[in-house]
Ligand binder design. Structure first.
Ligand code: COA
Length: 166
C-alpha cells in the first residue's frame, strides 16, 4: 500500500523507534485517553506498539504512521490492513496533537483515509474504543463508525468494536 496516498493535506510516513521521543511528546499530553486506556504512555511502550501485531499478521500488514504538517507531527495512526478479514483495515490507535485538536484535523484525516482505502481493495474500517471514553466514542460516531455489537473485556477495561463501511 502506498501510504503517501492516505493524505493530500499531510505528509504521511512510517514511524520508527527513532521517532519515539516525537510520538511520546504528542501522546503524553492526551491524558484523558490514558485514564481510560492505562498504563500511561512511555517511549518503551511506543516502541513496543510499533512492532505489535494481532494474531497471524506480519509487519508487512502494519502501518504505524505519522501525519506531518511540515516538520510538525500532528497525528499518529496504527493501521493493520487485511484484518480481521481481507477486505477490512483495522485502526489500532489514532491520536492527534492537543495543540491542533477541535479544529477538524482528526476528522479530516479519517475522511481522507476512508476515501483512499477502497482504491487498495478495502471495503470497511474497523476499530475499538474503551467503553465509557466520551472523547473516543463521540469522535468515532461523528466520523461514521457504528458499534458492531461485539465487545471484549481486558483486565482493565471493556473494548467496544465499531466499523464504517466504505
Ligand atoms: C479523538 C481525537 C482523535 C479527535 O481529534 P481532533 O483533531 O480534535 O478531531 P476533530 O476536531 O475532527 O473532532 C473533534 C471531535 O472529537 C470528539 N471529542 C474531542 N474531545 C472530546 C471530549 N473531551 N469529550 C467528548 N468528545 C470529544 C467530539 O466528537 C469532537 O467533535 P465536536 O467538536 O463536534 O464536539 C483526539 O481528541 C485525540 O487524539 N484524543 C486522544 C486519543 C483518542 O481518544 N483517540 C481515539 C480513540 S483510538
Amino acid at each position: 500500500m502506498d501510504i503517501t496516498a492516505l493524505s493530500a493535506r499531510y505528509r504521511v510516513r512510517r514511524l520508527t523507534p527513532d521517532d519515539a521521543p516525537l510520538v511520546y511528546a504528542l501522546c503524553r499530553e492526551n491524558s484523558l485517553y490514558y485514564q481510560y486506556c492505562p498504563p500511561f504512555v512511555t517511549e518503551e511502550g511506543i516502541i513496543g506498539d510499533m512492532a505489535a501485531l494481532p494474531p497471524r499478521k506480519t509487519l508487512s500488514d502494519k502501518y504505524y504512521v505519522g501525519y506531518f504538517d511540515g516538520e510538525k507531527l500532528v497525528a499518529v495512526m496504527d493501521l493493520i490492513v487485511s484484518f480481521p478479514d481481507e477486505s477490512t483495515a483495522f485502526i489500532g490507535f489514532f491520536m492527534t496533537d492537543v495543540s491542533v485538536q477541535h479544529a477538524g484535523i482528526g476528522s479530516g484525516i479519517i475522511d481522507e483515509l476512508c476515501a483512499a482505502m477502497p482504491s487498495f481493495g478495502y471495503k470497511s474500517i474497523r476499530l475499538g474504543w474503551v467503553k465509557g471514553n466520551p472523547q473516543a466514542e463521540s469522535f468515532w460516531h461523528k466520523n461514521g463508525f457504528t458499534e458492531t455489537g461485539v465487545t471484549y473485556d481486558t483486565d482493565h477495561y471493556t473494548v467496544v468494536v465499531a466499523q464504517r463501511n466504505l
